[in-house]
Ligand binder design. Structure first.
Ligand code: FAD
Length: 715
């Protein structure tokens, strides 16, 4: 605990002790108040302003220190100042006192509590950030919830002081009037419990329920307003209609068919979407060829003198397309039709919340459905950099049509796609320059990950230009040139082809969403609630169009929630759970992560400990000549509960699966340590990382005692 905290805590402890020592409690009772009535009146009549000041000060101190007696103080307010003035004075004094108590709790306990229990409090924090004022208002309206407990608990949350003060003052007003009024009738009052008759308590409870009732009515009205005057069909052709057959749409249709719902899937291009045709599959196929080249180049390290690897780029690209064709049957229309899905090849446009027009080669038709899932994916983001459009550029959509290998490839963007492609093309023989605006690659990962990858890229001959901002493209003497800004200095880079890998924008247009007024989020995705529903309760969204994660498995994960909520939401709704959502960047060494990394934990104020195991130490990594990288586990301080894991190394994506399982099923590091891992495998690294944690938490006292026991046994 820091010195200022110790000082404040000591001050509060002393003040409370003094209060009890001088018998403060005796004064702040109903009988005490009645006994001093005459004296108080005399004082008030002689010194009105001073009485108001002293009374307010005392009230503030009592509430700020959370001392018992606030109720009696409120009665005294009524007794001394009457209903109107009493209410005004008490209202301000109690709100100021409550805010001081709230500040004290925040200063003393919020940081340590958030540090220790931050992961568990995450949902509460998110709820408070959105609806904190609403909860507080409800609690304040019902004076049965202890006043001081609310002050202290609210101090631990992220609610702002301004909201706390305003909502407290407004919410407490009704209760204040009742107690101040009781104070004006003090003579007739026998006990504090007599103030709140059962009828009055009932009224307060109703008052407390009012905001909830109002909210339910409001959201029902909002839904009604969203549906407006759209004509609702008498009967529906489908239970579910899915727009887009990428990872999200396919899984939605699959689940709906599995639970015997009538489902139609509309796709304007090919079933399989981005992942199969322009994303995961072609990129991983290309990376495989590039890895083979890198392995041949490194074969000398294994004692093999292989001839120099010669890359036939057209053949590599042919294999990429053959791989797509090999996997395509998994997502074929025939397969889905056999599963019971009505697959239509066409473009879908929403006509109303329940009807969709589908235009196909043979004309268009209108299909109705009780629920709709939008899974229209995302497209590469191409910024309006002057000259870019004229020069011709590649994106992840067009890259796979290349037949000739670019000699000098410029890549804009040091995120996962930029990094994967930079290494793959460099290994295949292109001279690659990667331009990134930020000070490091893979900025979403911890800095040591970026450093390790940067060093590897440098080793492999990739030119990485950080803190470089692309400002214009020109052609000079037939050469394509990027002009970029490096901290105020202009730099010119010649190249043959440029790949724009600056992120991907959700496809929120082209399917009639604007006509319905589907709301968008700040990050330009379709706005969805925790149940994947849009602002129309029967229209859901999943995958890249809903965000925030742009992964195939995230799309599939959300698809389950969207489908189940769309089909069974009337009975039970499920909130999408992202606790253990992994991701892998398939560079060499791979970078894989689940849960929090250090920079995220710090940004969210969540306390953590790290246990890092270097792969340089692992037997199997040494035998395979891949002894680099690490397993880093973040745990809740003093427990084995896993907050997140980052693995950098050979097959990191595969190794991560054990931690994903552990986090999903709430298994701690002790359980990983207690599981037998085959020797020699890379997976042993997971166990050794758990071992690092265990050694740091060895029970020292117990070990000293055990050592003494062994000493005694040797005598
Ligand atoms: C180069 C690259 C590499 C990637 N690598 C990985 C990886 O290794 N691992 C990973 O998890 N993710 C990876 N991703 C991301 C992954 O591909 C996406 O997250 C995933 O495909 C999203 O699926 P989706 O269903 O949301 O959208 P999509 O797959 O884009 O599907 C949307 C579909 O909707 C259709 N559509 C749109 N509008 C309409 C309409 N009006 N009517 C009918 N149909 C319509 C489109 O034609 C499209 O087929 C990669 C992406 C790229 C670009």
């Amino acid at each position: 605990m820091t010195l200022p905290r110790i000082l404040l805590l000591s001050f509060i402890a002393v003040a409370i002790t003094v209060f009890f020592a001088v018998g403060g409690l005796d004064y702040l009772t109903l009988d005490g108040l009645k006994a001093q009535q005459e004296q108080l009146f005399a004082w008030r009549d002689g010194h009105w302003a001073m009485t108001v000041l002293l009374y307010s000060l005392l009230y503030i101190i009592v509430t700020a220190l959370s001392l018992p007696g606030a109720t009696v103080m409120t009665l005294a307010g009524g007794l001394l100042f009457g209903l109107l003035w009493g209410t005004i004075i008490v209202s301000f004094a109690s709100s100021i006192g409550a805010t001081l108590a709230f500040w004290a709790a925040r200063f003393l306990f919020r940081e340590p509590i958030q540090r220790h229990f931050g992961d568990r409090l995450k949902t509460i924090n998110e709820g408070m950030a959105q609806e904190g004022a609403f909860y507080l208002f409800t609690l304040r309206l019902v004076p049965l919830f202890p006043f001081f407990v609310i002050n202290l608990v609210m101090g631990l949350t992220h609610i702002s002081t301004r909201s706390f003060y305003t909502v407290s003052q407004l919410g407490m007003l009704a209760g204040t009037v009742v107690y101040v009024n009781a104070g004006t009738q003090l003579a007739g009052l026998d006990s504090l419990s007599g103030i709140l008759s059962p009828g009055l308590i009932g009224s307060f409870v109703l008052l407390g329920l009012f905001p909830w009732l109002a909210r339910t009515v409001l959201s029902a009205l909002e839904a009604r307003k969203a549906y407006g005057n759209w004509p609702k069909p008498q009967h529906f052709d489908n239970n579910l209609l899915v727009i887009g057959a990428g990872s999200g749409g396919l899984v939605s249709a699959y689940i709906a068919a599995a639970v015997r719902a009538k489902v139609t899937l509309v796709e304007q291009q090919h079933l399989g979407g981005d992942c199969l045709y322009t994303g995961c599959v072609p990129s991983k196929a290309l990376i495989r060829s590039a890895k083979a080249v890198a392995q041949i180049r490194r074969s000398g390290e294994l004692g093999i003198h292989a001839p120099v690897a010669e890359v036939d780029f057209a053949a590599v690209m042919a294999r990429v397309h053959a791989t797509i064709q090999a996997i395509a049957p998994h997502d074929s229309p025939e397969r889905y039709q056999d599963l019971g899905v009505n697959v239509i090849h066409g473009k879908a446009t929403l006509l109303s919340p329940w009807s969709v027009s589908v235009s196909t080669d043979s004309g268009s038709q209108v299909i109705t459905s009780r629920a709709i899932i939008i899974a229209t994916g995302a497209k590469p983001f191409v910024p309006p950099i002057p000259g870019l459009a004229d020069i011709g550029y590649l994106t992840s959509d067009t890259l796979w049509d290349l037949q000739e290998q670019p000699k000098r490839l410029l890549i804009l963007g040091g995120g996962p796609i930029g990094c994967e492609m930079a290494q793959a093309f460099a290994r295949l023989g292109s001279s690659v320059t990667l331009v990134e605006r930020l000070p490091r690659l893979l900025a979403g990962e911890d800095s040591e990950v970026s450093e390790l990858i940067h060093a590897r890229f440098w080793q492999e001959g990739i030119t990485v230009l950080l803190e470089h901002e692309a400002t214009a493209f020109v052609i000079e003497n037939g050469e394509k040139i990027l002009i970029c800004d490096q901290q105020g200095q202009s730099r010119r880079l010649g190249f043959d082809q440029v790949l724009v890998a600056l992120g991907r924008r959700a496809t929120v247009t082209g399917f009639g969403g604007e006509t319905l007024g589907l709301k968008l989020s700040e990050t330009h995705t379709l706005a969805t609630n925790g149940f994947q529903a849009t602002n129309y309760p029967n229209i859901f969204a999943c995958g890249d169009v809903a965000g925030p994660y742009q992964f195939t498995h995230a799309a599939a994960h959300q698809a389950w929630y969207a489908t189940v909520n769309a089909l069974f939401g009337q009975v039970k709704k499920f909130r999408t759970d992202y606790t253990a959502l992994p991701h892998t960047t398939f560079i060499d060494p791979e970078v894989a992560r689940v849960g929090l990394n250090e920079q995220e934990a710090q940004a969210q104020g969540i306390g953590y400990e790290t246990s890092t195991y270097p792969l340089a130490d692992l037997d199997r990594a040494i035998t395979d000549e891949v002894a680099h990288g690490f397993v880093k586990v973040l745990t809740v301080p003093d427990t084995d509960k896993i907050l997140g894991v980052t693995i950098v190394g050979e097959q990191a994506g595969e190794l991560l699966a054990e931690y994903v399982l552990a986090m999903t099923h709430k298994l701690g590091l002790n359980k990983i340590l207690g599981s037998v891992h085959s020797y020699p495998t890379l997976a042993e690294a997971n166990k050794y990382a758990a071992g690092v944690w265990k050694r740091a938490h060895a029970p020292q006292t117990l070990l000293t005692l055990v050592a003494a026991y062994h000493r005694w046994r040797r005598h």
